[in-house]
Design a protein around this ligand. Structure first.
Ligand code: FAD
Ligand code: MG
Ligand code: MG
Ligand code: MG
Ligand code: MG
Length: 516
């Protein structure tokens, strides 16, 4: 346990305030969960639903295992085998949860209500809207596709986000093959019709292109031998490399594999327009525009913000952001009882330089105005828990301990008897906040956050008794800043069964890690 008594920083905003009454007869607090994706279901699976009155809203009454969506596009995996009905899940886990198949279109945090619209039609009065109130709201709405307002994308491109999208793509691919097989189609038109273009060289685009290649080469070519020579796959990426959020070794591996497979990789191109028969792109370096004819285009170039989240951020003054900002305990800042997890949210880690005077004062037990090495070491564990960037920074600089960090800043002379004043302390820590990273938008992070938040909800009374937060009361329980994925996108790529699986066997490994 941490050495300092009293805690370095007041974790007052972590849980406190509004925990449910421990009394038996008091009505249960209402927990309302928006979304049944990775984050929402992971929260629900781990939440002790007997403690709360739990309601769930989602326009889809199932959970979809997204890592296998690319395989559904090619029929390697059936759509029904990657979904789990939500009600089935509650039944299996014996959870008392109310589900409504509806879409939330407005969150009103000032009234603690949300406005919903039925996804399955209206009542006899023609009304499909209803309102629900909550004590605690868990926003797990995920993200949407981002077209960057590129003209023609919405009209002409396929997307790969939902199960229906994958099924649409599958039909679209077959249609292209049938069309190219018709007798009155010229060679030029066959070539165009069988040109499959994937726009976006991130994990989803890359995985889809790899799947598509296997599908075409292993299956379709046997069924359509006459047109095999006209088939082509291109992947377009605006950056210099595909998978540029990962380690360069992964990027090169993918690029080399694509080259061997005959998949054309066009990097450094930004798509500026899509029409019904051609894609126009700009070579970023020289600004010259080129147009390529295509048969089918799949847009996979980034994730965007859902309108309901956009509207909510506007209400609470979080403007010019892509995702809802939460504190390390996943609570939406300045918003009583509202938590946000998964792709619709980002944790904004506190900066140590914002709190530096307070940190100094807390560490300076004898009020001498200077810190000894011992004083610093006594609170170091606390500092690293609250500000994980300190440890990340020391690691990135190959520093063994805090003494190294301070010596580096104030010179070598102090050695073991080293003492620092506030100015020197600031100087030592001033670059540390550069290591604040945000978690990537992955299933892994979403599920971890859901799990973590459920744990906090299950222990909420204890949190109330311990305003220092979940950290202390569970003994070693950590806030999310402590988890590996906050090491950035890089770390995500190094976890078992990462995104760049490039084949079914590895995907199934993935499945075994996450299917609980
Ligand atoms: P989602 O899982 O998208 O869930 C959002 C939920 O909110 C859904 O249930 C949705 O129906 C519901 N919803 C939407 N709008 C509303 C509304 N208005 N009201 C109520 N409910 C609403 N990640 C990995 O880590 N590994 C992978 O291999 C991987 N592969 C992927 C492949 C594809 C094709 C895609 C699209 C994504 C992949 N991801 C992968 C990313 C991963 O799916 C996301 O990071 C993850 O789904 C985020 O979870 P979430 O709960 O935040 O959002
Ligand atoms: Mg969710
Ligand atoms: Mg999902
Ligand atoms: Mg997130
Ligand atoms: Mg002192």
């Amino acid at each position: 346990t941490a050495a300092s008594g009293g805690g370095l920083v007041a974790y007052a905003d972590s849980a406190g305030g509004s925990a449910p009454e421990p009394s038996q007869d008091a009505p249960k607090k209402k927990v309302l969960v928006l979304g049944t994706g990775w984050a929402g279901t992971s929260f629900l699976k781990d939440l002790d639903c007997s403690r709360y009155e739990v309601k769930v809203i989602s326009p889809r009454n199932y959970f979809a295992f997204t890592p296998l969506l690319p395989s559904v596009t090619c029929g390697t995996v059936e759509a029904r085998s990657i979904v789990e009905p939500i009600r089935r899940m509650f039944e299996k886990k014996n959870k008392d949860v109310t589900f409504y198949e509806a879409e939330c279109f407005k969150i009103d945090a000032s009234k603690k209500t949300v406005h919903c619209r039925s996804a399955v039609g209206t009542n006899l009065d023609g009304n499909g809207d209803f309102m629900l109130d909550y004590d605690y709201l868990v926003v797990a709405l995920g993200a949407t596709v981002n077209t960057f307002n590129t003209p023609g994308v919405l009209e002409h491109c396929y997307f790969l986000k939902e199960v229906e999208d994958a099924q649409k793509i599958r039909r679209g691919v077959i249609d292209c093959f049938e069309k190219a097989s018709l007798p009155n189609i010229s060679e030029e038109e066959k070539r165009k019709t069988l040109h499959f273009v994937v726009i976006g060289g991130g994990p989803t685009g890359v995985e889809f292109a790899a799947e598509l290649h296997d599908f075409l080469v292993e299956d379709l070519v046997k069924l359509y031998p006459a047109i095999q020579e006209f088939v082509k796959i291109t992947i377009i990426q605006s950056g210099e490399h595909i998978l540029n959020m990962f380690d360069v070794r992964i990027a090169s591996f993918a690029e080399e594999k694509f080259q061997r497979d005959g998949i054309e990789v066009g990097t450094g191109f930004r798509v500026v327009k899509v029409s019904d028969d051609s894609i126009t792109m700009k070579r970023k370096s020289v600004g010259e525009e080129v147009s390529v004819p295509y048969g089918m285009a799949i847009w996979s170039a980034g994730i965007g913000t859902r309108p309901v989240i956009m509207d909510f951020m506007q209400q609470i003054g979080q403007t010019n952001r892509r995702a809802l900002a939460t504190n390390e305990w996943l609570r939406v800042r300045e918003c009583e009882g509202v938590y946000a997890i998964g792709d619709c949210a980002t944790v904004s880690q506190r900066k140590i330089m914002d709190d530096i005077s307070m940190v100094f004062k807390m560490a300076d037990k004898d009020n001498s105005g200077i810190l000894t090495l011992k004083e610093i070491n006594d609170v170091l564990e606390d500092i690293c828990l609250r500000y994980p960037q300190v440890e990340l920074y020391m690691k990135s600089m190959h520093m063994l301990d805090i003494a190294d960090l301070i010596r580096g800043a104030i010179g070598d002379s102090h050695k073991e008897s080293m003492v620092v004043d506030i100015e020197e302390f600031k100087k030592a820590l001033c670059h540390v906040d550069s290591q604040v990273k945000s978690a990537p938008a992955t299933a892994q992070v979403a599920a971890q956050q859901g799990h973590y938040l459920a744990e906090c909800f299950n222990k909420m009374e204890k949190c109330k008794e311990n305003p220092e937060g979940p950290l202390r009361m569970t003994g070693g329980y950590k806030h999310l800043g402590q988890f590996a994925p906050l090491g950035g996108e890089q770390a995500a790529a190094e976890l078992p069964g990462d995104w760049v699986s490039m084949g079914h066997s590895t995907q199934w490994l993935w499945y075994s890690v996450y299917a609980r």
